[in-house]
Design a protein around this ligand. Structure first.
Ligand code: NCD
Ligand code: ZN
Ligand code: ZN
Length: 441
């Protein structure tokens, strides 16, 4: 398939938007033309004999396809929450072209056959690239290491027990040693169970007001500190999941400054919401880690800006309406993310002038690609044509009824946002489009 995307705004190397036409052939960006050459001229010259699908960018932003290195697709086992088909559809609608899915499925992704099942289902789905993580321990129980070599051979891209922390330090050290020997990363959900005390929200304003037990910041940071020492000892690439506290950031910044191989991610909700924003006992505001204090939110924003936090991930965690209806204390942790992430961050940080558009795009594309050594996330001649077209001007209200995800669990219902993805391309194929396109011979 040949694609010709005309009149799109592309970020040049200097962070400026430049009106361009992009020619895509055999899944590769063949050429990026400056807008001085008219689209018709290019078509006359190069379009002969090709079947060309023309897309009018109408001045919208054309960016590398977004990359989300932390998502829950729920299949196998929790298909009432999400499936690989509905999750990848939601991802494409959110502008994502590559997503990495967590192993807390049923069965847990702790054997090669589960990795293969996920890859097979992804193959049958819409074309969004699905990279599976495998579990560190069988059933994520923290008792016995999985067969890392076999899981790597089956296609797993890293090891994590996301959903729970690895409680035993020796187990984590053994996991890191083994992963390092296979040149694979360890990705950690940092949570020390002995400090968590069965709470649903952070230990802060909201908990005090409602007489609830709270999850303290150090339950996260204590694992970050422990694991940084273990990463130093083993040399593994250690990646911290969904960082939410100032204390974790301090430790990561220090570790990076002395050359320890640590990277980290942050979620839109931890950049935008604090526990003081929670309107009441509504489980759509419950996620793990919980919304923290305004001070932690500011620390997360500053750390993403200076690169201490490398990338944005959604931690897309769909649950059914029935599950979330159990209320703040009993409902499962997690909120959906794919279909609101870019507009949220664009509206809250770029529109307000705090971030450049370039910074936001980089933290959602080139940076995750760099950290996980993925051959995507670039918009340049010769690169793989994973692309997303985004309307930066149209304002829309977040309405979960319009989500392609089965999960409607979001705290952002009713928010008025700008920066909505309108077309998503993977390997030069349109995988999602708001409008139909025209093909000319
Ligand atoms: N983040 C969440 O609140 N929930 C995740 C688990 C996790 O990411 O730890 C889930 O699987 O629902
Ligand atoms: Zn987690
Ligand atoms: Zn998660």
């Amino acid at each position: 398939m040949t694609l010709f995307i005309k009149n799109a705004n592309v970020l040049n190397g200097q962070g400026e938007l430049q009106m361009s036409h992009v020619w895509v052939e055999d899944g590769i960006i063949k050429e990026i033309y400056a807008a001085e050459t008219t689209a018709d001229e290019i078509l006359r010259q190069y379009g002969k004999g090709h079947e060309v699908t023309e897309i009018d960018g109408e001045g919208k932003l054309l960016a590398p396809g977004l990359i989300d290195m932390h998502v829950h697709l729920r299949e196998p086992g929790f298909e009432h929450k999400e499936t690989i088909a509905t999750g990848t559809a939601a991802a494409a609608k959110g502008g994502y072209t590559t997503i990495a899915c967590m192993p807390n499925t049923k069965p847990v992704t702790d054997k090669a056959e589960v990795v293969k099942l996920i890859l097979d289902k992804a193959e049958e789905a819409n074309g969004v690239k699905v990279l599976p993580y495998a579990a560190i321990t069988y059933n994520e129980l923290g008792r016995e290491l999985t067969d890392f070599a076999e899981l790597k051979a089956a296609g797993a891209i890293g090891f994590t027990d996301d959903g729970v922390g690895v409680q035993n330090a020796q187990m984590m050290k053994d996991a890191m040693k083994l992963a390092a020997s296979l040149d694979m990363p360890v990705i950690a959900h940092c949570e020390d169970d002995s400090l968590v005390v069965g709470a649903a929200v952070t230990d802060g304003e909201f908990a005090r007001k409602h007489g609830l037990k709270g999850i303290p910041n150090e339950s996260e940071a204590i694992h970050v500190g422990r694991d940084i020492l273990l990463a130093e000892a083993t040399g593994v690439h250690y990646h911290v999941c969904h960082v939410s506290t100032e204390q974790s950031i301090r430790l990561i910044r220090m570790a990076k400054s002395i050359g320890i191989n640590v990277t980290a991610e942050v979620c839109p909700h931890h950049l935008i919401l604090s526990d003081e924003d929670i309107p009441g006992m509504d489980a759509n505001w419950k996620m793990n880690p919980p919304l923290r204090s305004p001070r932690d939110v500011e620390a997360c924003i500053a750390a993403l800006e200076d690169g201490t936090l490398d990338m944005v991930v959604t931690d897309h965690a769909p649950h059914s309406a029935e599950e979330k209806a159990k209320g703040m204390e009993l409902a499962p942790f997690g909120i959906t993310g794919f279909e609101t992430a870019f507009p949220l961050l664009y509206t809250k940080f770029v529109k307000t002038g705090r971030w450049s558009l370039e910074l936001l795009v980089q933290r959602m594309t080139a940076d995750p690609a760099r950290v996980f050594r993925l051959d995507t996330g670039r918009l340049e001649q010769g690169a793989i044509a994973d692309l997303t077209l985004i309307d930066l001007n149209e304002e829309r209200i977040v309405d979960p009824d319009t989500f392609l995800s089965k999960g409607k669990n979001t705290p952002f219902t009713g928010w008025k946002l700008q920066g909505w993805p309108v077309l998503t391309i993977v390997d030069g194929q349109i995988v999602w489009s708001e409008k139909s396109t025209t093909t000319s011979a």
